[in-house]
Structure formats: C-alpha cells, structure tokens
Design a protein around this ligand. Structure first.
Ligand code: NAD
Length: 437
C-alpha cells in the first residue's frame, strides 16, 4: 500500500519506518526542512534505540522516503497519517490542535482518489468530526474518510511497542476505510494482535483514558512510597505484593520523582478540559495531575534536607535529564523541576545525560554539562540520580564517591542498592524506603 506520514517526530518516524517494514511504501513529510535533510542524509532527528538501522534498511529497500512536499505525498497515498504534535495550549491546558488543523486543510486540497486520513496524533474526543468538517469545507465532493487510530508506543521502546502492540484501536464506521485499515495492519493481525474497531469518538477517548489510568497508577504508587517512608515499610515490596494480583498488574508501579514527558502531563490536562467542556466532573484525574505537579516541585527538598537543610554554595551533580531512560526527550522531565528548585536555593548544578544533553542545553543553558558521570560528580557535595538509565545502574560507586567533596546520593529511581551505596561511603536517600547512611 502507499502510505503518507505527516510529522517525523517520535510517533511519525517510528510509525513510518515500521509500516515500511511491513512492506508498504511510505513517504514521510515534515514542515521542518532540517529534520528532512537530516533523514535524507541518513541521520536521525531524534534518539530512539534501533531506529537508525530500521530506517536505513527500509530506505535501502526503496520502501521509505522523506520530503517536505505534503501535497505530493498526499496525492499518491491511499492512507495519510497525521502524526504532528498536539502540545498543551498555552494558558488553558486544552490540546493545541493548530498543527493538526493546518495539515488537514493541506491534505484536503491535495487528495485525488479515495483517501483514508488517519489521526495518529493524540486528539480530544470530537476532533475527528472537526477535521472532517474542515476538510469538507475545502473539498465538498472529496472522496475521503477521517479515521482515528491513536498510538500507544512508549519512547525508548517505540519500535518493539509498534511491532508488538497489545492492541490496535481504529475508530471508523466507514466500511471502505475499515477494509483499508485492516489491510494496512494485516501483518499484526496475522500475529494475533487484536484490531479493535469502534467509533471515532470512542477511539479518541481510549487514548486519553489509557494515559490517565497509567498516570493514576504512578500517582498511586508514589503516594504509597511517601507512606512507606514514614511507616518504615518498603514500597518495592508493597508494589510487588499488589502487582501479583492480576486485577492490578505489576506494570507501572515504580515509584519515582513524578511523571513527565511529552504525553502524560498534557494529555491529562486535555482530558480534564474535555470533561469540563462536557460538564462532567473529573475529580480523580484532577487529583492525579495536582499530586504529580506537587510531587515534582517537592523533590528537590529531599536532596536539600539530606544536605542539612541548605544547598547554598554547594555543587550538586544531576545524573539524568530525560523524562525516562532510552530517549533524548526532556519535555516536562522531573529533572527540570529539580534543577530549577536547586538553583533557586543557591546550588551550582552540573548535569550529565547519555542522550538528552542537546535538548536540555536549549531548555537550561545556564547549568554546566559534563561529558560522563564521573566528571559530573567531581568536587560535588551531592549527587542526584533522576533518570533510570542502565549506565547509572552499573556505576562504580566507590569511584564516584572518591571524586566527590560530599557524600549525599539521592536516588530518585531506586536503581542503586542502598547497602552498596552505604558501603561506598554514601549517605543514601531513595524513594519509599528507609534512608541508609
Ligand atoms: P514531535 O514533536 O516529536 O513531532 C512532531 C513533528 O510534526 C515535528 O517534526 C514537526 O515539525 C512536525 N509538524 C508539525 N506541524 C506540521 C505540519 N503542519 N506539517 C508537517 N509536519 C508538521 O511529536 P511526537 O512526540 O511524535 O507526538 C506526535 C503526536 O503523537 C502527539 O499528538 C503526541 O501526543 C502523540 N503521541 C506521542 C507519543 C510519544 O511517546 N512521543 C506516544 C503516543 C502518542
């Protein structure tokens, strides 16, 4: 099949490369000429494990191409995916649909034969109706269907998630579009992945409901972590104990510094706004959002307390800037809140991240960046591990400690065994368990 993908970010580029791997012919476009130039030169505009090889293989096979001409891409395609960003709108938290609406006008102008236009971007319930209306105004007689097909991949595991999803959700009541979408995803259906066909509005809401539910699990285990600290229990045991109950499930029960990233915070805000628009209370998810914001803001205090109540004039090394491991994405990362709060309290911050430093530099130009964890901690009074990178799990703790001026280690992801940290001479503070000194 001939597929066009609009937007070569984390979702668009991964989806495009994976559709090409299924055997489809995929042309990806983006309005950012630098991103397209990089791709044409064989460079990835984002970091995602194994993406470079997947893209290179499919480019070499002649199934994957890149360009900036949206009209040309759409003219030739049977299916057009919209995979542009839908950030939170400044001021009110609604999803900003400007990019989606801009490209659906361009798509409408370009379509020729029957075309399935698929929203893969995360969009509020009812957006498909608006997209269809905008396209109808441009092309009253156009032959097209607007379908919702939300994406559930996680950055850092995006290719595996796309190729082995728990389900594919497709919102359409157009029979022709349903047949085309079935063909498109045939390799996954043959691998027994459920294709769940439903209405467009239901599909749109599935995505937000899934993210809100997962955020709620994280919020819940974080609350349990706080209780464990006071009650001298261990949150790892509590999470394991409840996770064995299949009604609860073991995943998404790792406590930490609060969730961030380009999806959960903005999707939850957008869901709350949708509920408000429909006059429906959303007390549970509002509480999850508020508790998470408060948690992120309070996380620096944990380190300040471990340093004796003040960090003024002290140097703090921060290991991990991305919102999770295996990505270069620093959007809404907990590290940003922690660093800002530490700076406000007078600390000098030096940071290191295996992949996120380019993005972080643009966001936080006023901190020092190190080239590896050991130079990052040189002369530091405290070290904070904020992202669960594998490379941080295997740090030589004695070497780390020997380079530092102080002994505080705050492990916001519980990736360092407390006893090993203590043995290396650290005063170790974790999450949801007793501190070891
Ligand atoms: P991103 O910011 O990484 O990429 C978006 C891309 O779209 C950019 O390259 C941008 O230049 C391009 N773009 C914007 N407007 C355009 C236009 N008019 N024409 C052509 N290109 C345009 O975004 P992302 O993280 O890939 O997210 C895309 C969507 O998928 C969002 O709605 C997001 O909520 C959703 N989503 C993201 C993830 C994730 O893990 N990142 C997971 C599931 C769903």
């Amino acid at each position: 099949m001939r597929v066009a993908v609009i937007g070569v970010g984390y979702v668009g580029l991964v989806s495009g490369a994976c559709f090409a791997q299924f055997g489809h012919h995929v042309h990806c476009v983006d309005k950012d000429p630098q991103r397209i130039a990089a791709l044409c030169a064989g460079r990835m505009p984002i970091y995602e494990p194994h993406l470079d090889a997947l893209v290179a293989d499919n480019v070499a096979a002649g199934r994957l191409t890149f360009g900036t001409d949206l009209a040309a891409a759409v003219r030739d395609a049977e299916v057009v995916f919209i995979a542009v960003g839908t950030p939170a709108r400044r001021g009110d938290g609604h999803a900003d649909l400007a990019h989606v609406f801009a490209c659906c006008r361009d798509i409408a102008q370009a379509i020729q034969g029957y075309t399935v236009v698929v929203t893969k971007s995360t969009v509020p319930v009812g957006t498909g109706d608006r997209v269809e209306h905008i396209m109808r105004v441009v092309q009253p007689q156009g032959a097209f269907a607007v379908v919702s097909n939300p994406e559930f991949l996680r950055e850092g595991a995006a290719i595996a998630d796309f190729q082995h999803p728990d389900r594919i959700v497709i919102g359409t009541q157009d029979e022709r579009a349903r047949a085309i979408m079935t063909n498109l995803y045939r390799p996954l259906a043959e691998a027994a992945v459920p294709l769940f066909f439903t209405t467009r509005r239901t599909a749109e809401l599935v995505k937000y409901a899934a993210n809100a539910f997962l955020a709620m699990k994280i919020g819940f285990v974080n609350e349990m972590a706080d209780l464990c600290e006071r009650a001298d229990a261990d949150v790892a045991g509590v999470a394991y104990g409840i996770g064995l109950d299949r009604r609860i499930g073991a995943q998404f029960l790792q406590p930490g510094p609060g969730f961030g990233g380009s999806c959960f915070p903005k999707d939850i805000q957008a869901l709350i706004k949708s509920a408000q628009d429909y006059g429906v209370p959303s007390r549970i998810i509002e509480t999850v959002a508020a508790a998470n914001e408060q948690r992120k803001r309070s996380m620096a205090r944990r380190l300040i307390k471990a340093c004796g109540g003040s960090v003024r004039g002290l140097t703090v090394a921060v290991l991990g800037l991305t919102f999770k491991a295996d990505t270069d994405d620093v959007r809404e990362a907990p590290a940003t809140s922690i660093i800002t709060a530490l700076q406000d309290e007078g600390a000098e911050v030096r940071a290191y991240d295996p992949q996120g430093m380019d993005q972080a530099r643009a966001l936080m130009p006023d901190i020092a960046y190190a080239t590896d964890p050991y130079s990052c901690v040189a002369g530091a009074h405290a070290v904070a591990i904020v992202t669960e990178w594998s490379a941080f799990r295997t740090l030589d703790l004695a070497r780390l400690r020997s380079r530092m001026a102080g002994s505080v280690l705050v492990d916001y992801r519980n990736i360092i065994p407390a006893a090993e940290a203590a043995e290396a001479g650290f005063r170790h503070v974790g999450i949801g368990r007793r501190s070891v000194t």
